[in-house]
Design a protein around this ligand. Structure first.
Ligand code: AHR
Length: 501
């Protein structure tokens, strides 16, 4: 059995736990909104048509900020279509996902839904095919209290209080040829700078996110970030990162080590942003909004789905409905641990997405809503992580991966506040349980409050409509704490959370 030792020093603080790390993402894509969180005919629907059973699951998930309304969708979106009397809203073609958009859910309804889930809105504006003035109009509609044309329109539409949106994304994945209105880094950097400057003339305290590369595999990765920030550095606050992982060709070892790639990605973007900052002799730091991350079996979707496959322009088609395994959940848990470890510079993140579309929550029209395997590491981490993030010292065996080089079999991170410490651990070994000892003396913890593990003898086991509780976390009874040393056994391919008093 592999053995590992972890030392925790209360003084080795990385940064505060950022609540925005537990953000998520709702895009007008597939069944995320329509026949997902919104289904007026459903037994549990409220007066706005939102499913209350889904709201309950979102609250349990513990997501904080929600990025909206896209994604690729935003680059063809006219926000004016989606406010005002519903019967007057136009149906439009969404070129990004080759579907029809009814506009029955828009900013005002979605903001009401967010209130039910106690979440913060992070709004994306379309600067790909629209531009500065529509972005300013949306800002006025959303945030101005009253007494102007667009704030009074919002009030007339039934929303007296401003939405007071703090975080704004300046477009989405503008480097991707799949993006409606994609641009070169030069063109986008200039436009983003001008849009951001204008938005800050309206409200200097807005937090603006400029688009980074849509993935670290893009040929322009690095140069894109540098060029875009050279133009926009003084006007924006964040640069975005997007990363999706999947198991390729049965290489589970590499897949389980995906967090190494995320870490490298963050390092590279931080280095590039700081390089631009130093060149500008600026004291300001640009942080990362990791506003799309998840497991996505993209290769399989690309092979099986062609635009128009659904017979033209369907409404709310089943798209990107990945069903997640135990191994996927372990990787999601590990990616979230990485985001926590990088809380010094990653101060906002969004699991993509929230309902039905590469999501932790699934629904069936007229039927139930249930938790995917990936729901659990996210909800438990969001519930337990608080205070400050502590850097652990990990001594563990390692293994070679084809994609990410040498990977430690064990990964870990800890958080501590005045009353509680939490430890999050993964065992990437594919066959053997690992025996772990953790020196927690400096935390002053006296008692294990909770120890749960997600694992299964079948690492590809999944929760489905017909077997919704096939995979759930269970109490890890091997955990003991004596004389400041915690010992625990971690099953092969597992994710574990421990709460200490
Ligand atoms: O999350 C799904 C899609 O992935 C988003 O619309 C896009 O931004 C990314 O390519």
């Amino acid at each position: 059995m592999p053995r590992a030792h972890i030392a925790l020093d209360r003084r080795a603080v990385i940064a505060p736990v950022r609540r925005r790390t537990f953000g998520s993402f709702v895009e007008h894509l597939g069944r995320c909104v329509y026949n997902g969180l919104y289904e007026p005919g459903h037994l549990s629907a409220n007066e706005d048509g939102f499913r209350v059973d889904v709201v309950e699951l979102v609250k349990e998930l513990g997501s904080t900020t929600v990025r909206y309304p896209g994604g690729n969708f935003v680059s063809g979106f006219r926000w004016e279509d989606s406010v005002g009397p519903r019967e007057k809203r136009p149906v439009r073609r969404d070129l990004a996902w080759h579907s029809l958009e009814s506009n029955q859910v828009g900013l005002d309804e979605f903001a009401r839904w967010l209130k039910l889930t106690d979440s913060e809105l992070m709004l994306a504006v379309n600067i790909a095919t629209r531009g500065i003035l529509p972005a300013l109009d949306l800002l006025e509609y959303a945030n101005h209290p009253s007494g102007t044309a667009l704030s009074d329109l919002r009030i007339a539409n039934g929303t007296p209080d401003p939405h007071n949106v703090r975080m704004w994304c300046l477009g989405n994945e503008m480097d991707g040829p799949w993006q409606t209105g994609f641009m070169t880094a030069e063109d986008y950097g200039r436009l983003a700078a001008r849009t951001a400057a204008a938005m800050k003339m309206a409200d200097k305290d807005l937090e603006l996110v400029v688009c980074g590369s849509s993935g670290s595999g893009m040929p322009t990765f690095g140069d894109w970030e540098r060029t875009v920030l050279e133009h926009s550095y003084d006007h924006v606050d964040y640069i975005s990162c997007h990363a999706y992982y999947q198991e390729h060709g049965g290489d589970l070892g590499s897949f389980l080590a995906s967090a190494l790639d995320m870490d490298f990605f963050i390092d590279t973007v931080v280095a590039t942003a700081d390089h631009v900052g130093y060149k500008k002799r600026s004291n300001k730091k640009i942080n990362i909004s990791f506003d799309e991350w998840n497991i996505w079996y993209l290769k399989e979707h690309m092979e099986s789905e062609q635009p128009g496959d659904d017979g033209g322009w369907p409404s709310a088609p089943r798209k990107l409905e990945d069903v997640y395994s135990v191994a996927d959940a372990v990787v999601v848990g590990n990616l979230l641990m990485t985001l926590l470890k990088r809380s010094d510079r990653v101060t906002s993140a969004s699991l993509a997405q929230l309902v039905n579309v590469i999501a932790p929550i699934m629904t069936e029209p007229g039927g139930p809503a249930w938790r995917q395997t990936t729901f659990y590491p996210f909800s438990i981490t969001s519930r337990l992580a608080s205070g400050e993030v502590i850097r652990p010292v990990i001594q563990a065996p390692s293994y070679d991966t084809a994609r990410h080089g040498e990977a430690s079999v064990i990964d870990a991170v800890a958080t501590v506040d005045e009353n509680r410490a939490a430890l999050f651990l993964v065992n990437r070994d594919q066959t053997e349980a690992a025996q772990i000892t953790i020196d927690v003396r400096s935390l002053g913890s006296k008692r294990i409050v909770e120890a749960v593990t997600l694992a299964d003898s079948d690492v590809y086991a999944k929760n489905t409509l017909t077997d919704q509780h096939r995979v759930t976390p269970s109490a890890n009874k091997s955990a003991t704490l004596a004389d400041g040393v915690l010992t625990i056994e971690l099953p092969a391919v597992s994710w574990t959370a421990i709460a200490l008093q």
